[in-house]
Write a protein that binds this ligand. Structure first.
Ligand SMILES: C[S@@+](CC[C@H](N)C(=O)[O-])C[C@H]1O[C@@H](n2cnc3c(N)ncnc32)[C@H](O)[C@@H]1O
Length: 321
């Protein structure tokens, strides 16, 4: 599936906001870019085309399957890509080690790929039974290990914050109880356990129309992969990865992620970090970025018709000063 409104789509993943990414990154021939979330390689392919004939991309993904699939898909164009299995939270170190930066643009398309969700053995799928895994890469413990170590408070926090689960405390207790009894061994068990509690009215606090078991899966995935912490580090790395005048573009799919990007950019753009109430500024702090998008950029109607998954995508861009 690929059309004007969902260009660069593949069976692996349909990239969102491709035209907008190229425009906000201001991709030019010969430029150097970091794609922090290679996935199926859709955005990287678009950047390679727009930066042809000699633009370069350093492409990071924590999932080795993504790197193998994207390398195969890019064919000859892979010659203009440096592939790194790693975490975008470490973008500064990765770019420095590759002797690649500072670059003209840094893209992060946060979250999970369709291929990861659709592969039952990875344990992300709400509709396909699999093991209690949910790891995007080899750099975090699995869901099973997470549940072995999580306290009730930690699990309830994750369910409330990342899944918007109204009775997070009750859901956390039921999950930990089922896990301790050995009746929570697969994602099918997790779905059943979540659905049972949700059936008793402990579901989403908002009328989203989303099955609250989906939100339990989403919250656990974000917690297992420490997605919020990594996103915070990636936003903070922008001035070290990108050259003055270059761009950073972040796409998120969840309000918590979007808040991290919004606040992170705001923090980097602040001119003064003196405590409130000081009569004169004494911090000598300078803003490191200019925020280019006062509101998040959303998918067009045309794109939404082709790819309804794009409805929650929010893009924010900044220029390094
Ligand atoms: C939404 S997909 C990216 C899709 C990609 N833009 C495309 O066009 O196909 C997100 C990808 O980022 C990877 N990922 C998520 N968090 C990451 C992190 N902290 N560091 C590196 N890769 C990460 C996932 O493994 C997944 O492959």
């Amino acid at each position: 599936m690929s059309s004007n409104s969902t260009p660069y789509a593949s069976d692996y993943h349909v990239p969102v906001l491709v035209h907008e990414v190229l425009a906000w990154l201001a991709v030019v021939p010969g430029g150097r870019y970091v794609d922090g979330t290679l996935g199926g390689g859709g955005h990287t392919a678009a950047i390679l085309d727009a930066s042809a004939p000699d633009g370069l991309v350093l492409a990071i993904d924590r999932d080795p399957e993504a790197i193998a699939a994207a390398r195969a898909r890019l064919g000859e164009q892979a010659g203009r890509v440096i592939f790194v299995e790693g975490n975008y939270a470490n973008a500064t170190e990765i770019v420095a080690e590759a002797g690649f930066g500072p670059v003209d643009g840094f893209l992060v398309d946060a979250g999970i790929s369709s291929h990861q969700i659709d592969t039952a053995e990875r344990g992300f799928s709400f509709s396909r039974p699999g093991p209690l895994d949910m790891r995007m890469g080899r750099d975090t413990p699995s869901l099973e290990e997470y549940l072995q170590n999580a306290t009730h408070g930690e699990l309830a926090y994750a369910l409330r914050t990342y899944g918007d689960i109204r009775s997070a405390s009750r859901v956390a207790a039921a999950i930990l109880d089922a896990f301790a009894k050995g009746s929570l061994e697969t994602t099918a068990d997790l779905r059943e356990c979540a659905a049972e509690i949700v059936g008793r009215g402990a579901g989403s606090g908002r009328k989203t129309g989303i099955d609250p078991s989906t939100l339990v899966f989403q919250a656990l995935r974000i917690a297992v992969n420490r997605e919020i912490e990594h996103l915070e580090l990636a936003v903070a790395a922008v001035p070290k990865v990108v050259r003055p005048g270059g761009r950073a573009v972040f796409i998120s799919f969840h309000s918590v992620e979007d808040r991290v990007v919004k606040h992170g950019f705001r923090e980097l753009s602040r001119q003064c970090i003196c405590p409130p109430g000081l009569p004169i500024c004494s911090c000598d702090h300078v803003s490191q970025v200019e925020i280019l998008t006062s509101k998040p950029v959303m998918a067009s109607k045309e794109e939404l018709q082709e790819n309804p998954r794009a409805r929650s995508a929010r893009l924010r861009a900044a220029r390094v000063l």
